[in-house]
Design a binder for this molecule. Structure first.
Ligand SMILES: [Fe+2]
Length: 353
């Protein structure tokens, strides 16, 4: 049930308060009283007041000052204030308006005028309350929906990432490598990218996209992929096609991860000196993600056992990367790689086969 409006009457003279109360209480309003400005502010802090009838001439804190302080409080910005005044001067009305009062009533107070003004301002107050509640409800509804959408997007993203991971695994399944290679290689890439100053969003995109670097191996013949010896020239040509096949599988996507995956799949075997494949790109013609993936992929291949080789020691693997600085690899990527050598080795340890 809607409660009756609560009116605060502020006056230093008890007989004035009694008079106003006698006029208003029979109208069904709840009445709260204060005999000074300080008491009025106290009562306002502890009650949900709907309207203030405020005497101007009070000792210590006058009505103007009370009104000013009320208006400083954001929650009472729209609380109706009627100034009860013996003053007729325009100047005082201006002061009242400046202090934030909504209306004036002159002493001696005439009952019907008082009731009419109070009723009209309470109507405005009720309308403002309705609007403000409606706005609050809207805001909380929007916040709720935003949360739901975020949750749904997160789920969707997780699902796509899982799909990417499983597809990449499918390609690696044919290989002797385990899924751990994909995970290690992706994390090396992300760590190097971060060290090189790429923004966090790109770092994350690279992290997931790098998992797809060898997805083209799904189209490589098993006898080539699994040959336990060095490949001959024609087998090598077949092996090299995986970069192109991977890019073909991933091309024309609108999804950022897949786009980045296409770039990495195509360019992770390019070499800084231009002697790589499939496009023979040189230096910074090679996309940065491809230059990063080259170091990460080769390092992980070196420290891992492959059909055609045993696992190399960390020391030997690191020195081979160093030798490739400026030739096989972008020197800046190699420098970033060595700057975070500890982190690289921690990733290797964390995701070991
Ligand atoms: Fe590859």
């Amino acid at each position: 049930m809607q409660k009756n409006p609560l009116i605060l009457i502020v006056d230093d003279l008890p007989q004035n308060i009694e008079l106003l109360e006698a006029y208003l209480a029979p109208q069904g309003y709840e009445i709260l009283t204060a005999s000074s400005g300080a008491e009025a502010l106290e009562k306002l802090a502890s009650h949900q007041v709907d309207l203030i009838l405020l005497d101007v001439m009070m000792p210590e804190m006058d009505g103007f000052e009370v009104a000013r302080r009320v208006r400083q409080n954001e929650t009472m910005r729209l609380l109706p204030i009627i100034l009860v005044t013996a003053l007729h001067e325009t100047e005082d009305r201006v002061r009242g308006i400046e202090a934030g009062c909504d209306d004036f009533i002159s002493k001696p107070v005439e009952k019907s005028e008082l009731v009419a003004r109070v009723r009209s301002l309470l109507k405005v107050k009720a309308y403002n309350d309705l609007l403000s509640n409606y706005q609050k409800e809207l805001e909380s509804e929007v916040a709720k929906k935003t949360k739901e959408i975020k949750r749904a997007l997160k789920k969707l993203k997780e699902a796509s990432l899982e799909t990417i991971h499983r597809l990449s695994l499918a390609a690696e399944y044919k290989d002797e490598e385990t899924g751990a290679h994909i995970v290690r290689m992706s994390h090396y890439c992300a760590a190097i990218a971060r060290q090189m100053g790429l923004d966090e969003h790109t770092v994350e995109t690279i992290l997931y996209a790098a998992a797809m670097h060898d997805i083209g191996k799904i189209g490589t013949l098993d006898k080539v992929l699994l040959k336990p010896a060095k490949l001959d020239a024609s087998e090598w040509e077949i092996m090299k096609q995986h970069a192109h096949i991977g890019a073909e599988i991933l091309k024309d996507s609108d999804a950022e991860f897949i786009k980045m995956g296409e770039i990495i799949a195509r360019s992770h075997h390019e070499k800084f000196d231009g002697s790589g494949y499939p496009d023979g790109l040189k230096g910074t013609q090679i996309p940065i993600a491809g230059r990063i993936a080259a170091v990460a992929d080769v390092f992980d291949a070196l420290i891992s056992k492959r059909p055609y080789k045993e696992a190399f020691s960390v020391e030997k693997s690191l020195s081979i990367i160093k030798e490739g600085r400026g030739g096989h690899f972008d020197p800046e990527v190699v420098d970033a790689f060595f700057a975070i050598q500890e982190e690289i080795l921690a990733i290797k340890k964390q995701y070991s086969d």
